[in-house]
Design a protein around this ligand. Structure first.
Ligand code: FAQ
Length: 325
């Protein structure tokens, strides 16, 4: 692991200062002392999040050349480009913790670091692009708005801008689906089919149930996470049901109903074995996603080499000018 966990033991009071920062809801900043496990946890979560944004460009990106109009193509290009931008903010946030970006990329393409399960499903029709905007960005917003108050400063700040853009993405997805639902019966069927395929994987984005979540308790204590996986999943269901009704689609869950007593929707059992399978590399598109990422990385080697050569030349020239002055 390249994450430096080798800081000298904290001088008296430094650990107490960290605890107080958390307790008072202040931000931990890159130069502050932090426990090695806090640093490792932050790098793990931020790197997985960055990888998700970058791999997440692929399912929708596959439709850029096949978008049904110039307007839809321009919107989709901008969205996919935003996702690349989110990945870059997040890799930069990971670097503030001492992580090395090249190393994170190696970990992703060698399967040693995870990315969100949701991006291992195929996009078989253009309606999938709308449903990703509505459900996947919708779930991402639910999960990420509380992360704007995460205890690690650079991550929390990156999340503010990311959430603004994700909200816009969610609206464009919903708008596209509205448009399709006002179209032909075949277009409405296409939307319903996409909803049927993406609903359950979207619920899995929030992670395993609380009882099986390895990191939630510690991440909540450190105020990295502000809500548990199940709390956020419930919030997403409650938020999405009325939107589905307005859209005129049926969510594929016969057990989904309002529970007056709880003040929430009840919903059916999630197939956790599917989430485990997809996380462990055996989803419908895992191999393809990694292969595409690996090829893009290898194809980009000349750009990295040229940029490094240019930087070295600039430094050399600046050094010589400095000596002559
Ligand atoms: N997929 O103990 P927990 C997006 C792993 S961005 C894969 O509950 P934690 C934007 C977890 O890492 C979507 N792995 O873990 C977009 C851990 O493994 P580890 C990404 C999963 O961290 C939209 C193990 O299982 N968002 O959509 C998943 O407390 C449209 C145990 O789990 C983020 O990354 C999963 N679904 O909670 C882009 C948000 N769930 O590391 C393009 C930030 C769990 O021990 C198009 N991350 N795992 O080997 C988080 O909020 C948290 O990390 C959770 C997981 C909630 C994802």
């Amino acid at each position: 692991m390249t994450v430096p966990d080798t800081q000298a033991p904290p001088a008296d009071g430094v650990e107490a200062h960290f605890e107080r920062t958390i307790e008072r809801d202040q931000r931990v900043e890159p130069r502050d002392w932090m426990p090695g496990r806090y640093r490792t946890t932050m790098v793990r979560q931020i790197a997985q999040h960055a990888h998700s944004e970058i791999i997440g460009m692929q399912p929708e990106g596959a439709w850029i050349t096949r978008a049904p109009s110039l307007r839809r193509k321009a919107i989709l290009l901008a969205k996919v480009q935003d996702e690349a931008g989110h990945g870059l903010y997040l890799y930069s946030a990971a670097e503030t913790l001492g992580a090395d970006r090249a190393d994170l990329t190696r970990r992703l393409i060698s399967g040693r670091q995870k990315y969100s399960s949701i991006f291992n499903y195929p996009t078989t029709t253009f309606a999938d692009v709308g449903v990703i905007g509505w459900l996947v960005d919708g779930a991402a917003i639910c999960n990420q708005v509380p992360l704007c108050r995460s205890s690690y400063g650079p991550y929390a700040r990156a999340m503010v801008r990311i959430c603004k853009e994700e909200s816009f993405h969610q609206r464009q997805g919903y708008e596209m689906l509205m448009c399709l639902m006002r179209g032909t019966p075949a277009q409405r069927e296409m939307v319903q089919d996409a909803v049927d395929r993406w609903w359950w994987p979207s619920l899995m984005m929030f992670g395993p149930p609380d009882a099986d979540s390895t990191h939630t308790a510690q991440s909540m204590a450190w105020k990295i996470k502000r809500h548990t996986n199940d709390e956020l999943r419930q919030r997403f269901v409650d938020m999405t049901v009325p939107q589905a009704r307005a859209l005129g689609v049926t969510l594929p869950d016969p057990d989904l109903r309002w529970n007056e007593e709880r003040g929430h929707h009840d919903f059916g059992e999630i197939d956790w074995s599917e989430l485990k399978r997809v996380i462990s590399g055996d989803g419908p598109c895992n191999a393809e996603r990694i292969e595409v990422r690996r090829a893009a990385h290898e194809d980009g080697a000349w750009v990295r080499e040229a940029a490094a050569a240019h930087a070295a030349k600039q430094a050399d020239t600046a050094g010589r000018e400095g000596m002559e002055a």
